[in-house]
Design a protein around this ligand. Structure first.
Ligand code: SF4
Length: 470
C-alpha cells in the first residue's frame, strides 16, 4: 500500500473496517457527502461514526439551504405559507379530493414496488395516455424483476418502441440486474439505495418510496412544481438549483405523514387535470380557498420560467442502402443518444462530419455551406460510383431531439452485389464504433428502431409495395 494508513481520532469499535478508497468513493457517492480531510487521508472508519458525521454534515447543508430558502420564501410569498393550520387544511382537502377523483390507472391498483417503479420510469417525460398503451403489455411480458433482468435487451427495446427516451429501457434492464444480484430480486426500501439504481433520479426514488413503501418524502415533478408555485404565489424564475432546493424543501414540509403516497399523487394529478399550465380551472380546485396565486389573480402567469436554451438547427444525410432485399443498418453504442437502437446510416452535415474531407471524392473534399440536395446527390454519386438512376432523393425528414431541430435529406441508393461491400466499408468508417448489419426487409419489423428510422422504414415498405404492384 503506497500511502501509510492513519488512525482516525475516534474509536473504530463496531466495524473495525478500513474503507478502501474505492469503498470510500462509493460511500460518499451514496450520501453525496465528503470532507476534504477524509478524502485526503485513508482513515479507518466506524459506521456509527460515519453515520454521525454524515448527519452532521447534512444538517449543516440543510441549515444553510433553509436559511437562504426562508429569506427567499419570505420575499416571494405571504405569511400563510408554513402555518400549521394552513398545511393541515391543504393535506385534508388534497387527499380528500384524490380519494374521490383519482383516475383508475393500473399502477394505482397495486402496491407492488416493481410495478410502481416501471410506471414511474415510463411516465418520465411521457404522457399518461401514451404510457397506458405500453404499460399493461410490458408488465404482462415482464411481470417481475427476474423476468426483466433475464430478458435480452433487444426484446425490451422492441417493447419500448414508441415510448421514446430509450435510455430509460436500458437503465431499467441494468437496474433489474442490480436488484437481482444485490437485493435478491426485491426493490430496496431505503431511499439512498433506491436512488443508486440506474435511471432512478431524485423524483423517481421519492415517488417509489412514498407510493410503494409509504415513506414521508416529497416528489416534485413539473405538475407538482406548478401547483406549489401557484399556491404560494412564488414569482421567482424556477429552474435554478437555489429555487429548486427551496421548492423541494417546501414540498417536504407539506407531505402528509399519514398518506404520503396519496398526497404526492394528488399534487401530480391536480397539476395535470385542474391546475393546468394555461387557464387553471380554479373554480373546480379543492385548494381554491388556500391559493395565494388565485387570490392575487396571478396564477395564470406562474410559474415564471428560466430562459430556455437556444434551439440548434442541424442538417443531416440519411442513407437507405438497399442490396437485393436487405438494408444496411447500424446500432448506436450504449453511451450515445439512442444507445442500443438501430437506425439507417445518418450523419450530420457539419464541418467535422466524416462525409467531408480528405479521402472523399472532390465534391465532398470540403464542407459546403448550406447543403443543397442536388449537390449532395452529385457528391453521393461520386462517392458510390453508382449509376444515375440507382440514387433517388426521397425528400426531407424533420424531427427534434432535445434542443436540436434536425432536417435530414433522405437518399435511397440501390447497390449491385459488386458495389455493396465497397460502399458499406466506406460508410462503416463514418462510425467505426457502431455495430453494422445488412437486415432483410421482413426482419426490419422486429428490430428496435429509432423513431425517425421507424417512420422511414414504414415509408420504404409503402414504396416497395407500390413498385411491386406496378
Ligand atoms: S386555485 Fe387555481 S391556481 Fe390555485 S392551485 Fe387551484 S387551480 Fe391552481
Amino acid at each position: 500500500m503506497g500511502r501509510q494508513q492513519q488512525q482516525a481520532p475516534f474509536p473504530a469499535t463496531d466495524c473495525g473496517g478500513i474503507l478502501s478508497s474505492q469503498n470510500f468513493r462509493n460511500f460518499t457517492k451514496l450520501n453525496v457527502w465528503a470532507t476534504p480531510d477524509l478524502v485526503r487521508n485513508n482513515y479507518s472508519f466506524s459506521p456509527r461514526w460515519l453515520g454521525r458525521e454524515f448527519q452532521k454534515s447534512s444538517r449543516m447543508k440543510h441549515r444553510m439551504v433553509r436559511k437562504s430558502s426562508r429569506s427567499l420564501l419570505e420575499k416571494t410569498s405571504g405569511p400563510c405559507v408554513g402555518k400549521a393550520t394552513w398545511i393541515k387544511r391543504l393535506r385534508q382537502q388534497l387527499v380528500g379530493w384524490f380519494e374521490t377523483n383519482a383516475q383508475p390507472f393500473p399502477w394505482r391498483k397495486t402496491k407492488d414496488p416493481y410495478a410502481i417503479w416501471v410506471s414511474e420510469v415510463m411516465l418520465q417525460q411521457t404522457q399518461t395516455t401514451t404510457v397506458l398503451k405500453f404499460y399493461p403489455r410490458f408488465l404482462a411480458r415482464f411481470p417481475d424483476v427476474a423476468s426483466l433482468a433475464h430478458a435480452p435487451l433487444e426484446e425490451i427495446l422492441k417493447l419500448w418502441e414508441g415510448l421514446g427516451y430509450y435510455r430509460r429501457a436500458i437503465h431499467l434492464h441494468r437496474a433489474a440486474h442490480q436488484i437481482l444480484t444485490d437485493f435478491g430480486g426485491q426493490i430496496p426500501r431505503e431511499l439512498p439505495l433506491i436512488e443508486r439504481l440506474p435511471g432512478v433520479g431524485r423524483y423517481t426514488a421519492r415517488a417509489i418510496a412514498s407510493i410503494a413503501f409509504g415513506q414521508r418524502v416529497p416528489v416534485l415533478d413539473g405538475n407538482c412544481r406548478r401547483v406549489l408555485v401557484r399556491l404560494i404565489n412564488f414569482t421567482e424564475p424556477i429552474g435554478h438549483s437555489r429555487t429548486d432546493e427551496l421548492l423541494w424543501e417546501i414540498a417536504a414540509h407539506w407531505v402528509d405523514p399519514q398518506h404520503p403516497g396519496e398526497f404526492n399523487q394528488a399534487m401530480m394529478e391536480l397539476g395535470s387535470r385542474v391546475c393546468v399550465p394555461r387557464n387553471p380551472c380554479c373554480s373546480e380546485c379543492p385548494l381554491q380557498q388556500l391559493c395565494r396565486g388565485r387570490r392575487l389573480a396571478e396564477a395564470g402567469k406562474l410559474p415564471v420560467s428560466a430562459p430556455r436554451p437556444p434551439v440548434i438547427r442541424q442538417q443531416e444525410l440519411t442513407l437507405l442502402l438497399v442490396a437485393e432485399d436487405r438494408l444496411l443498418m447500424w446500432q448506436y453504442a450504449d453511451k450515445e443518444r439512442w444507445g442500443g437502437l438501430w437506425d439507417f446510416p445518418r450523419i450530420p452535415l457539419t464541418a467535422d462530419s466524416p462525409l467531408f474531407g480528405e479521402g472523399n471524392p472532390p465534391a465532398l473534399a470540403a464542407p459546403p455551406g448550406a447543403v443543397d440536395p442536388h449537390g449532395l446527390r452529385h457528391a453521393l454519386r461520386q462517392l458510390s460510383g453508382c449509376r444515375k438512376n440507382a440514387l433517388q432523393h426521397l425528400g426531407s425528414q424533420n424531427y427534434s431531439v432535445t434542443v436540436y431541430r434536425i432536417r435530414a435529406e433522405v437518399f435511397l441508393l440501390r447497390l449491385s452485389a459488386r458495389k455493396c461491400s465497397e460502399v458499406s466499408q466506406r460508410i462503416s468508417r463514418w462510425a467505426p464504433h457502431r455495430e453494422k448489419a445488412w437486415i432483410s426487409r421482413q426482419h426490419l419489423r422486429d428490430l428496435a428502431l429509432t423513431r425517425p428510422a421507424r417512420k422511414l422504414a414504414d415509408e420504404l415498405a409503402r414504396l416497395f409495395e407500390g413498385e411491386r404492384q406496378d
